[in-house]
Design a protein around this ligand. Structure first.
Ligand SMILES: [Fe+2]
Length: 215
């Protein structure tokens, strides 16, 4: 029989960590995200198993004794991962996210989207933009981030990245996977979302899963 109490506990710990880390950014976006989380502190998702092929072990192994990693490990089979495009020539999932709270979230919310993002090593997420203002907190992995047309910057764990509405941004990894918490505020619909194709010359075959093309 499923032990729902340990799932509930892991969820509370996960969201508590989320709120603390977003507060620690000392941005108004981070504080507002934390307020939304704490206002929903007693809510719990309807637990069900989700089949997925997202393998977090390499990422979580670097986070020993981290309460966030422990909660993710416990919740892993119950997280509603949404897999995204294949930006390498491999067939396995190499980008995926979970919406913990939001219009499509494990907990329903109309004013915010927030969750976790995983991006495998040697993976490229082309330049994209959206109306929502977006804050990332990096949990693990030194990925390269590009803001508008600026130089690519390597951002370490525990740093954050803020994208204003409609600002172009892109992310790529070298030999470490990336794990990050994210939140969207403002216009959180996907209506304004658009993404460029991967630039020619990167040596990466750009494809997407059939199942994502209808979105
Ligand atoms: Fe984004």
């Amino acid at each position: 029989m499923l032990d729902f109490s340990s799932l509930d506990q892991a969820w509370a710990s996960l969201l508590d960590q989320f709120a603390r880390r977003f507060d620690a950014t000392e941005t108004s976006h981070g504080r507002e995200t934390a307020r939304f989380i704490r206002a929903n502190a007693s809510a719990r998702p309807a637990w069900k198993l989700h089949a997925h092929d997202v393998v977090l072990s390499a990422t979580l192994a670097t986070l020993e004794r981290d309460p966030l990693a422990e909660a993710l490990e416990r919740l892993s089979p119950f997280l509603a991962w949404r897999t995204r495009g294949v930006f390498t020539d491999s067939d396995h999932t190499n980008r995926a996210y979970v919406e913990f709270m939001g219009p499509d979230g494990m907990l329903h919310h109309d004013e915010i989207r927030l969750g976790i993002y995983w991006h495998d090593r040697h993976t490229f997420y082309p330049r994209h933009r959206h109306e929502a203002v977006e804050l990332y907190h990096i949990v693990s992995g030194h990925a390269q981030w590009q803001h508008v047309n600026d130089e690519w910057v390597s951002r370490p764990p525990n740093s954050f990245v803020l994208h204003q509405a409609n600002e172009d941004h892109a992310t790529k990894t070298d030999n470490q996977p990336l794990l990050a918490l994210w939140s969207w505020l403002g216009d959180i619909s996907f209506a304004s979302y658009s993404m460029d194709e991967a630039p020619v010359g990167l040596g990466l075959g750009f494809r997407d899963f059939e199942s994502n093309l209808s979105r």
